[in-house]
Ligand binder design. Structure first.
Ligand SMILES: Nc1nc2c(ncn2[C@@H]2O[C@H](COP(=O)(O)OP(=O)(O)OP(=O)(O)O)[C@@H](O)[C@H]2O)c(=O)[nH]1
Length: 251
């Protein structure tokens, strides 16, 4: 079914969600990573608003010490609250999405068991740095989010999220004039760094860019279901250590 729209396989259930008529793969697991405050929770809220009417969805958030992102999404009213689960990661958000993904996998599988069959599970990373990416053991695909407020040169700084995520989002483009950033130049730098992988200039206040994001997810879901999407690993973090007692060797 390579070129079919996902709706063509789906039938509405009494609660307005969609169900398969025939066998299809488990839900697409889409990771959303990026530095603190770049707009990850807002992107999840936007995707739920755009897609929850046509897809059966659930969300897992990761926060360091709290369930703040989950509470934000629950209060936004974009999904039934029980479909939004929080994982508290402790000091290292990247550990829970890359090195030991078990808490996140448990949360995803619990949601699928409770509310499945699901079409799409969004997993939001805790805000980390430019190098934190999802393990393909957790996310089938990932988008990486930077924003114009972080400066026009961020896209040139590289790192596995910027260069290798399935989609790079340059967010908050509505703020560009206020922070003296040239969005077109930032997109060009990012595209150059990504060797053909897509880049999306996004603002939650710009409905055309929001529609492009939703379409990208729909197309990804079609490829996931047809088996033509191959999860790829953007690459490990650079080797580093923390003040607590374990290091990460980047493997
Ligand atoms: N102007 C503007 N502000 C935005 C946009 N997207 C998000 N924001 C704002 O940016 C701030 C941070 O957004 P969040 O969605 O909480 O960012 P986050 O990456 O989830 O943050 P952490 O979970 O703390 O890492 C909030 O005040 C949002 O309202 C946008 O497109 N335009």
């Amino acid at each position: 079914m390579p070129d079919q729209h996902p709706d063509q396989h789906l039938g509405a259930t009494p609660d307005g969600h969609t169900h398969e008529h025939t066998h299809r793969p488990r839900a697409l697991r889409l990771g959303v990573a990026g530095p603190v405050g770049t707009g990850k929770s807002s992107i999840l809220a936007t995707l739920c608003r755009e897609l929850a009417g046509e897809l059966a969805m659930a969300v897992v958030t990761n926060d360091i010490y709290t369930d703040e992102d989950a509470r934000f999404l629950r209060s936004a009213g974009v999904l039934p609250t029980e479909r939004i689960r929080a994982v508290e990661t402790g000091a290292c958000p990247h550990t829970a999405i890359r090195d030991d993904v078990s808490a996140n996998l448990d949360a995803v599988e619990d949601l699928e068991e409770a509310y499945g069959p699901l079409d799409l599970v969004l997993v939001e990373s805790g805000g980390d740095n430019l190098t934190a990416t999802f393990s393909p053991a957790l996310a089938d695909a990932q988008l990486f989010c930077i924003d114009v407020a972080g400066g026009g040169d961020v896209a040139r700084k590289g790192g596995p999220g910027i260069t290798g995520a399935d989609l790079l989002i340059i967010n908050k483009t509505d703020l560009a004039p206020h922070v003296e950033v040239d969005v077109a130049a930032m997109v060009a730098d990012a595209s150059h760094a990504r060797d053909g992988l897509p880049v999306l200039a996004l603002s939650k206040h710009d409905s055309a860019s929001v529609a492009e994001l939703a379409d990208w997810v729909r197309e990804l879901l079609v490829r996931h279901r047809s088996g033509t999407h191959v999860p790829t690993d953007p690459g490990p973090m650079a080797p580093h250590s923390h003040s607590h007692d374990h290091g990460h060797d980047g493997s």
